[in-house]
Design a protein around this ligand. Structure first.
Ligand code: ITT
Length: 192
């Protein structure tokens, strides 16, 4: 079966391929030239549903969307749903990571705990939309380390590990990430 991955983010698309290839033929919204909707909702779940429904309506095919981000506990959950926007129009995550470090320093905060969230929504054209959420907790580290992955991976060390997501073999991240956990939930939701 073919599934539209409603993302224009190459890092996410790679991980979605790694998690679903062999089960579905994955084609991305970018490859189909689908328009990108404005993310106007106020939660990961709301934005995931908005993106999945939008792609299903435009493509006429079953569509999967991911809305995700990094929440820093000492920053009251920022950047959270604004994680992509903290990179600015250039999507400069080096800048976004330095901004997090600067804000923590300005506050004199020593708590480096943070978590990634991924909301995954599957929408059928003119049909239902199923949504789930996965989360992975960890600690931030500065300066950034590693050159794999994408986004905020170089500053995030998941609980129980010593490497950042950007230092890990991709297969290791794909097995324990917020996105992997959301996929587990999704499988359970679709089978039940
Ligand atoms: P699409 O909406 O097209 O899927 P996007 O990049 O705009 O792409 P989001 O609005 O969900 O997606 O923003 C998520 C941001 O959070 C993303 O750009 C990364 O900076 C960050 N992020 C999400 N998952 C991540 C991960 O696994 N590793 C590192 N950073 C991640």
């Amino acid at each position: 079966m073919r599934l539209v991955a409603a993302t224009h983010n190459a890092g996410k698309a790679r991980e979605i391929h790694a998690l679903l290839d062999g089960h579905y033929t994955v084609v991305t919204a970018g490859e189909l030239n689908l328009p990108e909707p404005a993310e106007t909702e106020t939660t990961f779940v709301g934005n995931a549903m908005l993106k999945a429904r939008h792609a299903a309506a435009f493509s006429g095919e079953v569509s999967l969307a991911d809305d995700s981000g990094l929440s820093v506990v000492a920053l009251d959950g920022a950047p959270g749903i604004f994680s992509a926007r903290w990179g600015g129009p250039e999507r400069d995550f080096g800048l976004a990571m330095r901004k997090i470090e600067a804000r923590l320093e300005d506050l004199g905060a020593t708590d480096r705990s943070a978590f990634f969230t991924s909301a995954l929504a599957v929408a059928w054209p003119d049909g239902p939309c199923v949504v789930v959420e996965g989360r992975v907790d960890g600690q931030l580290t500065f300066p950034s380390r590693g050159d794999r992955g994408f986004g905020y991976d170089p500053i995030f060390i998941p609980e129980g590990h010593s490497q950042t997501f950007a230092e890990m073999e991709p297969g290791l991240k794909d097995g324990l990430s917020h996105r992997a956990r959301a996929f587990e939930q999704l499988k359970a939701a679709l089978i039940d």
